[in-house]
Design a protein around this ligand. Sequence first.
Ligand code: NAP
Length: 543
Amino acid sequence: MPSKAINLGATPIPDLDVIIIGAGLSGMYQLYRLRELGFRVRVFEAGTNVGGTWYWNRYPGARFDSESYTYGYSFSKELLQEWDWSEHFAGQPETLRYCNYVADKFDLRRDIQFESRVTAARYEEETRSWTITLQDGSSFSCRFLITAIGPLSTPTLPRIEGLGDFKGASFHTARWPKEPVDFTGKRVAVIGTGATGIQTIQTIAKEVGHLTVFQRTANWAAPLHNGKIDAETQKKIKAGYPEIFARCQETFACFVHTPDPRGAFEVSDAEREAFYEKLYGERGFGIWQGNFKDILTDRKANATISDFVARKIRERVKDPAVAEKLIPKNHGFGTRRLPLETFYFEIYNQDNVELVDIKETPIERITPEGIKTSDREFEFDIIIYATGFDALTGSFDKIDFRGANDARLKEKWKHGPQTYLGIMVHEFPNMMMLMGPHTALGNIPRSIEYSVDWVTGLVRFARDNHLTRLEATTAGVDSWTDHVKALGVGLLSNEIDSWMTGINSNVEGKQTRIIARYSGSAPAYRARCDEVAAKGYDELRLG
Ligand code: NAP
């Protein structure tokens, strides 16, 4: 398709109309949409291939927690019919194959420059353009800059003394090697019991010689109930895609599950128990997203489901002392992002698995041989850090973003992000964020498709109206930021440390809880963004 460069008036022509940072699910689809409209686009990606999260997180047992058929892209009917998901919750290798399939099918790689980590991005007022700089020192200019750098993509290691001293092999789960790691007969440590740690632990426990799990905070988890998709179900899924995606559009967080309209105390004790039992036996996030409407806002309602799941853990773990360690005491069920598990609790019944509560006996240092806690020295062949990410703002902090008036994004967001619709920032004209802070996340590809389409609409609007400068106003940013904060009031999830409240003990300056996540409903988010577009983006400063 011939390139239709944006009408630039008197300003010089930048190298590209649009630069996208990141070739994960957001960046790939954004490239597809903008190229379709004839824009000159290039994606810069740090990895050697597409896939983002699914490229980097190759740890054992990595898989979807959303139903596979609700997770894939919905924009191409042909793609939907061609691709067969093999399981209800596909594993990472399959999802990475899917990303590669999409890249091949739509010939995306010709506009993606791999092994190109962006280190800085500077807005130049004179030319109304952005210049990005790569790690190798090369630079490229564009009219519009779109960040597709992911909410959970900057892994963090613990700040523990001696980290570099260990003589064995050690890995962060999000920087897992491409070659398989052999665990046979090995003494393995895992630090971290979030969604990643749980998937890793339950998978490698079958292979290791001995496994020691270092748990700082117990996490609630519920059964995934994965299974193969048989031919009959495959046919039904493919025939039912329009209904599946229509349903995801209607629900609170774009999952197929939606809250039960009843409160936990609007039913009898027996009915409540039966309902929880049913949810515990069902696939996926139903027990979290499809539970009584008040379990995440009403402490007493939450206690009923927390008690139920605690009983399940006690039933599943034979040693009562270990079971108690595995039951969270500082937060209620579902108030952190719920990990889904497959016989996770049962692995603590294995003779070769040990749970160490590091609140009781803290890790003092990593030694050349292993890990020293306050009461013991452990020897290991492999240490796995499942210690999470500098979430939401961490990947922005790593790039030196400089906007108009030399404003620094990191400085602007020092006390928490300030955004307009989670997409734009005052003093950062022509920069749009996909899956940045303050935007609806949920079942993420559904949110990605919406945001990409919205951003595409805005860039097209600029071209059609010969606009070369789009900026969020301070009023727009203040009002959205206040709205996001107001939505967080009363949510039990804002009363506990987690990546969702901006806490990361391993990162300087991230020890204060903030509201960095949009916690309203996805339909409400879309309605607000649609309204802005329908009114010709008149809330933006356009020039
Ligand atoms: P996480 O939820 O932040 O968990 C990190 C774990 O490491 C926590 O148990 C944390 O303990 C522990 N930890 C961190 N620093 C530590 C330290 N210095 N010493 C000891 N322990 C430490 O990270 P994650 O498990 O990687 O998951 C992040 C998010 O990624 C998930 O919530 C989810 O949204 C996404 N994810 C999705 C999937 C999926 O869809 N299937 C799978 C994996 C992850 P504390 O709790 O005490 O901080």
